[in-house]
Design a binder for this molecule. Structure first.
Ligand SMILES: [Zn+2]
Length: 145
């Protein structure tokens, strides 16, 4: 099941630049800028990352964890946790996508914060599918829309 989320930012019509997090005024054009809200695809690549072995008290249950600087397809860079992979599996340039996850839990009455994190784009099914096609082991049924 594909998780739904909305990763919103700002696009400036004047300088054709996207920003994250959203801003009211374009930091480049100031008053000349014409900004509107955009929704990012959520896909991007790992630009840089660091593995955190000792977390703050809030995050201590989650160590070690990976904090990455993600370059979104649309340009802006986002600092976020990378989940669903081990620290030794992350690499610069790895394709990732946004997903909606629990950020942290606060106190005993358990206020839970949710937000987006990034996970590796799993293209393994594609490789498998392409191999099957190449081996002519399957026939593709016609799809009627
Ligand atoms: Zn601008």
């Amino acid at each position: 099941m594909k998780e739904r989320y909305r990763l919103l930012g700002t696009y400036c019509e004047n300088c054709k630049t996207s920003f994250f997090p959203p801003r009211k005024i374009c930091p480049k054009c100031r008053r000349k800028g014409k900004t509107r809200q955009i929704e990012f695809s959520g896909r991007g690549r790992v630009f840089s990352y660091t593995v955190i072995n000792v977390g703050s008290k809030t995050f201590e249950n989650y160590t070690p964890y990976i904090i990455g600087l993600i370059e979104l397809e649309e340009g802006p860079r986002v600092m976020s946790q990378i989940v669903d992979c081990k620290p030794e599996e992350v690499y610069i340039g790895m394709k990732v996508e946004a997903c909606f996850r629990k950020l942290f839990e606060q106190g005993d009455n358990g206020i839970i914060s949710y937000g987006f994190k990034f996970r590796p784009v799993d293209d393994s099914w594609k490789e498998y599918y392409e191999k099957l096609l190449a081996d002519k082991k399957i026939k593709i049924a016609q799809r009627i829309n």
